[in-house]
Write a protein that binds this ligand. Sequence first.
Ligand code: WT7
Length: 655
Amino acid sequence: MTAPAQETFPPPPELARSAAEAGEHAERAAADRLGFWGDRARELLTWETGFEEVLDWSAAPFARWYTGGRLNACVNAVDRHVAAGLGDRVAFHWVGEPGDTRTITYSQLHEQVQRAAGALEALGVQPGDRVAIYLPMVSEAIVAMLACARVGAPHSVVFSGFSAEALRTRIEDAGARVVITADGAFRRGAAAPLKPAVDAALAAGAPSVEHVLVVRRTEGEVAWTEGRDVWWHDALEAAPATHEAQAFDAEHPLFILYTSGTTGKPKGILHTTGGYLTQAAHTHRTVFDLHPETDVYWCGADVGWVTGHTYIVYGPLLNAATSVVYEGTPNTPHEGRWWEIVQQYGVSILYTAPTTVRTFMKWGEQVPARYDLSSLRLLGSVGEPINPEAWRWYRRNIGGDRTPVVDTWWQTETGGIMISPLPGVTTLKPGSAQTPLPGISAEVVDDEGAVLAADGAETTGYLVLTEPWPGMLRGIWGDEQRYRDTYWSRFPGRYFAGDGARRDADGDIWLLGRVDDVMNVSGHRISTTEVESALVSHPAVAEAAVVGAADETTGQGIVAFVILRGGAGEGGGAGDVADLPQALRQHVATQISPIAKPRSVLVVDELPKTRSGKIMRRLLRDVAEDRAVGDVTTLADATVMGRISAGLRAAPGED
Ligand code: WT7
């Protein structure tokens, strides 16, 4: 049987400006890569002091970009646009889940960030101090991030869906001096309290925290610690309306963002100012063909993830774009909520995750068909590989069969988009992120690190980045060795992304998912070890192994295999064995977050292990995905898999 011919979509001719710009960038970057990045930094940002050198790689793998340069991130995102006469332009059309809306112009944003910066300084925040932000998708989350940047205090945004315990470990690791939170959040049609999680985290120990700033959102009752807790609105009202911003070094830390690695301890990914902002602004403009005067842009992510940092906050604001921000879930109060918003605000560019697209597919094409989506002219995808079927559905039912769909590959660590089609020039292939952007160097290599050349034959291997890039992480907070080990030891001299990749006969790159013990659930990175640690912290569990199994909607679903402690289920507080899977799922939700909750928990007597004791997750994945179990010859006990499969057939254990 011959494979069907690859379906392709040529770039629409109306993207001529983008095409011209992309061609010019490719030429400049090919001739002088660092010169190109130097030019982009000067073209896109306003520097108080110009930089002397584009890249200092002498302390590799710790890069320094734009050395000697000084700038203020918040001034670049807000002040300079107001000074240029764009104060009346809308920065954000914010839409609350209950239906309340806020229109925030650049002038209004300017006043808010100045007051918030003053409020932080009044609480004693100084350049270099860390501030944790634990907020739902309210506009104050954006203001808080910008205010931190303005005073030079790196922010650490913690997704508001994380538990008190997950919040506490992140506050502690960063040594945050202030936490910014809200009384509660509106989600799925109801108000849910949020501040109690902060109170619980601080009660359990996070001694670095001096103050908690509390945004009023739901107006629910909150417990109050006098002297520590301060209302956000009081603090902003008391602060002066203007705030003079100082410039910081290009390498001044801008933020820390925690992400899952292959151990139970999340990694604090560190980003600095000049390089990150350059890549954020550059990619936001070129990948989305942004015309800030006319476009209405919407990124459906949460500020708790890197996509929210780069493509809700920094990228769009640096480019003086107008964005939509939506607080809630896509099916509240009905499944057409997103399309209603697109129609109402005339959204022209939409950026979301494959898992969301597949959820919309499940709800049916009749839902978007009820709305006028003709304002849309470009769609983007991020977070995990997008299957060609979802890609085509997205283009057909949301993009009216006309819009390009750009599949953008990047990571928390890369800071911004690295591999993506350029909508004005690339002939699109559904399911492929296609080519590294101009100025970005990526290769697919084999086990030994040899480059698999694009010589007309298809090859499969690992994705590596072969040259430093402006938005790259500058390390892992407080753990230099882990930074070297995780990213730079597998293929010395090159950055190992942790993803498998295929290069097709045209040289286009297709991402194949993680090759390490990291799962991708709805575009969220969750490590198998993190969930396993949460499971074994339950009194009934002796041992646990967790795998990511293919899931039609979420990409992967978490399947846990647990061995119970002797006596579990026979009283002693652990409850009934039949209720255990449900109890354990809940336990993981409280330990980490509901997003880490296993789809199913299977009770087994033994786990498949190698002679050296390493759990063979590959075999458990076969069971979880309902396949014939693969090669068991390296198991210490070759009969284990037979017993697990037989046991599960007898008592499926799913809940
Ligand atoms: C991991 C990074 C990038 C912001 C959101 C996730 C996977 C991301 C794609 C894509 C295939 C993708 C990779 C990557 N990933 N985008 N377009 N195609 N896989 O950021 O949480 O740091 O996760 O997400 O596995 O390594 P993150």
